[in-house]
Design a protein around this ligand. Sequence first.
Ligand SMILES: [Zn+2]
Length: 527
Amino acid sequence: MKRAISAFITIISCIKSVAQIPTNGLDVQHYQFTIQLNDSNNLIKGTAVITTKFTKAVDKVVFDLVQKKKDGKGMTVTTVTKKDQEISFTQDAQHIIINESANTTDQNIYTITYEGIPADGLIIGVNKYNHRTFFSDNWPNRARNWLPCNDHPSDKASVEFIVTAPDHYQIISNGIQTEESNLPGHLKLTHYKEDMLLPTKVMVIGAADFAVNYAGSVDCIPVYSWVYPEDKDTGFLAYAAAKNILPWFEKHIAPYPYKKLANVQSKTVFGGMENASAIFYFENSVTDKGLEGLLVHEITHQWFGDNATEKDWSHLWLSEGFATYMTHLYHEEKYGEDSFNNRLKADREKVIAFSKTRNTPVSDTSASNNLMQLLNANSYQKGGWILHMLRRKVGDSLFWQSIRAYYDIYKGSNANTNDLRKVFEDVSKQDLKDFFQEWIYTSGQPELDIKWSYNKKKKEITLIIEQQQKHFFTFSLDITINKSVLKTIDIKDKTTTISFTCDAEPNLIELDPKVNLLFNAALHKGK
Ligand SMILES: [Zn+2]
């Protein structure tokens, strides 16, 4: 996803819920959610049919679901059944606890009926044209506000949504629409089914008065634009750009993983939210000048994040770093190297500025109580920079081979940072342990103090390069002098001193002219 509206992030950043790889033993195979929406109030009625296996024997079967609180918001479960038999259950603030044991040979189907006003997760309100809308917004673990589920990216499942709503709404969701039927009482039933395994964070429904356009197909994948009717002309045109973006990914990575792509104008609190095959964008995206980059970012996630998914939140950069860097690579190919370098330089500044406010590594386990904190320059821009430096380290050809191999192994599944490292090592035949340790698991970047001096007699320049941060990085720094002499300096210690011939006194010293390194430096003339 992409941040855009910081005020909203602040509002939801106070949601606290401990998030780590669940120990509940669940391995959900399939969710079927039947949801009833209405126009008189914000109460939703749901039935969740959850097919689950178990990774270990459990005494009780526990799903995530936010319980109704004193403010009246939250879900109340009315019944739980298995094979038409009622099972006793209890609820606590964050869970529904089903009173039966299960073991690793079981595959059980639980039917949970519930209702309530969602406290979050399904945003019910009015859009900018004052029309009532329903937009789910599950990232990172807000699905539990309206869906009983195992709300963690490591447990992926296929999903179907059967939504009944007043018949003026059109419903968008993951996968293929398998039914749309008018019902008595001006109601309409819409059924969507997604067979690919999804993490809960990208399961979605949207209900609004939409205008829908078929923008075209890319390799038999239909691309649609879903926008508010008032924004039909600009919206159809703007979102149709997606069909020119998809081929780039098919060329460089792999076929698109889902059966359709819908780009949806919505009330997501994010700039964009990469819901699988039904990407949500912020309301004013249809006229936003940064829309192309946003489309590329969210479309990247269909491969990286949605289909090849991080195993845990501390590996979020496998989603966001990829989406950030793929957007740069797309720009490099379409707009050239200068555009690419400018984007990387801008990102580098963000990373350096961020490192002064939050001194955490990219793999950040300290944010598990407040996952919104992970929407930061480490996960996005530094993650992107790490891929860039990996590319420079192994070369373009092996970089793309590694990216494709990683996707091929982990599509439909989950990966962590070590999994990515192993793929790059296998493909490149390089030992990358130190590189990953330095850039992913260590905070900060090289902070260099560089003094230079020139000896006119010897026609020699001397550079004294000092790493000022606590941990010393191992890296190469390119320097050009007077736009011509290119020198690559290998640095690993606190202080590196190097002298070399230079015919004229330097009047221009450029550090990292090819934009290969994430670093910060102060350059000054010494005595
Ligand atoms: Zn993203």
